[in-house]
Design a protein around this ligand. Structure first.
Ligand SMILES: Nc1nc2c(ncn2[C@@H]2O[C@H](COP(=O)(O)OP(=O)(O)O)[C@@H](O)[C@H]2O)c(=O)[nH]1
Ligand SMILES: [Mg+2]
Length: 445
């Protein structure tokens, strides 16, 4: 899987590697290629566009780090954004606080429900849990037999009834049987259809309502590309799906489904199926998939190290400036840009001793834009020495930045506060006070 997209991206990186710097022009070219690669992998157009727009914006605003080449930097930016697109982190299965945990497996015919049910049973068994299978596909007589064969292979008990059409009754009796045997996790393999029709949705929604499963896992065939995304949307409208299983990623799937699902639905991919055998299952790790797609794990870790070193140097510089009381508006802007680039202030503050424990803070995007415009409308002299900014200069800066004099005044006040905050953070911290309160720019998420 992902070979085609990886190949295309490698081409893009090669084209970029001759360049000395990331400029708007060569970023635009590279981004266009990335978008094409995504579309060829069958990623939805809107998702591909939003993704590349973000990459472009970040690449343009990126600070230059001497030891890192433009290609390396671009690869890292792409990687970070891919990880984000894929859902950031591995989402583990949830378990019921009081056993049994119930997982309801849903999906279209042939998606891989029965195969996944057995895979999941084996996975749980390997984790020391006691799983139990219920064959609840009452429409296809062969389905229960297929699950029974797999259940025997993975040595997990199964409940089945032949000839019944009363799905709810069957499941209820199955759950009773599981409880009697003190099984902790019940996996219900439900029926599918050729297409996501209203009857199926209503039936699955009813089952979910009756048995309140801990998770409703929708199995999607990765080979179907964008159709998998359409299917996911049809299911999630009616059935309380909690996560996806992407099957058949071992085939010649182009990967579009994996890349689009999270953005299209907001729900996580929990596992991927990588073959027909019960052991061919792995948890879905966004970072591993991203680096597989880019095929450049070594570059990514190199840039991460270089960035960490650069950040440490910047933090040291800042510390020095603060000590000498030379912190100016340019420093403030660069601090805010760093915060924004990182998406979260805690990463920046973590570099400053004593701030590491501050969490969950973010900076307001609109406020940032205003601050940036105001500071950029100042002369270099004004930025270095804000005390010279008198009334008429404030009016001129407001005009130039499309803001108001009040906003300029507020910024200058905030600059003083930030300076004070940064100078005294250690003191605040040592007194056991929450430094978050000290600055109006920072708000809780
Ligand atoms: N290569 C591959 N085949 C799979 C995978 N998952 C399921 N299959 C195959 O897909 C077909 C349909 O699977 P099945 O579990 O019966 O689908 P269901 O109708 O949703 O229950 C079977 O031939 C499986 O062996 C997978 O991850 N990789
Ligand atoms: Mg089946």
């Amino acid at each position: 899987m992902f070979e085609a997209i990886t190949e295309r991206l490698t081409e893009t990186f090669r084209a970029l590697s001759g360049k000395a710097r990331l400029t708007e022009a060569n970023i635009a070219d590279a981004v266009k290629e990335v978008r094409r690669a995504l579309l060829e992998a069958d990623v939805n157009y809107k998702i591909a566009k939003d993704f590349t727009d973000r990459v472009k914006e970040i690449a343009i605003g990126q600070e230059v780090i001497r030891s890192v080449t433009p290609t390396q930097l671009f690869v890292k930016i792409l990687y970070d954004e891919l990880v984000r697109l894929l859902g950031e982190k591995q989402e583990p299965l949830r378990f019921a606080p009081i056993p049994p945990t119930i997982y309801m497996i849903v999906g279209l015919n042939g998606a891989g429900k029965t195969t996944f049910s057995a895979k999941l049973a084996l996975h749980l068994k390997n984790q020391g849990k006691a799983p139990f299978l219920i064959a609840a596909d009452v429409y296809r007589p062969a389905a229960a037999e297929q699950l029974a064969v797999l259940a025997e292979k993975v040595e997990v008990p199964i409940y089945r009834e032949d000839g019944t059409t009363d799905v709810e009754g069957l499941i209820r009796r199955g759950i009773e049987a599981a409880k009697k045997q003190a099984r902790e996790v019940i996996i219900i393999d439900t029926a599918g259809r050729q297409t996501p029709d209203a009857d199926l949705m209503a039936e699955l929604a009813q089952i979910a309502k009756a048995f309140q499963p801990t998770e409703v896992l929708l199995v999607l065939d990765a080979m179907t590309g964008q159709d998998a995304v359409t299917t996911s949307q049809a299911f999630t409208q009616t059935v309380p799906v909690t996560g996806f299983i992407l099957s058949k990623l071992d085939g010649d799937a182009r990967g579009g489904a994996a890349l689009s699902l999270r953005a299209a639905t907001g729900l996580p991919i929990k596992f991927i199926g990588t073959g027909e055998k019960p052991e061919d299952l792995s948890p879905f790790y966004p970072d591993r998939i991203a680096s597989r797609i880019l095929g450049m794990g070594d570059i990514i870790s190199f840039v991460e190290k270089a960035q960490a070193q650069f950040d440490a140097e910047q933090a040291a510089k800042l510390q020095k400036k603060l000590e000498k009381n030379k912190f100016d508006l340019e420093d403030m802007l660069s601090q805010l840009r760093t915060i924004r680039k990182m998406g979260n202030i805690k990463d920046l503050l973590a570099m400053i001793p004593g701030f590491a424990q501050m969490k969950d803070m973010d900076i307001d995007e609109k406020t940032f834009k205003h601050i940036e415009a105001i500071i950029l409308s100042m002369t270099p002299e004004e930025r270095r020495n804000p005390v010279i900014i008198n009334g008429s200069r404030r009016r001129r800066i407001a005009m130039g930045s499309g803001t108001s004099v009040q906003q300029v005044n507020q910024l200058l006040r905030e600059f003083e506060q930030m300076k004070k905050l940064l100078r005294s953070f250690q003191k605040l911290q040592s007194q056991g006070r929450d430094p978050r309160q000290a600055h109006p720019l920072f708000r809780k998420k």
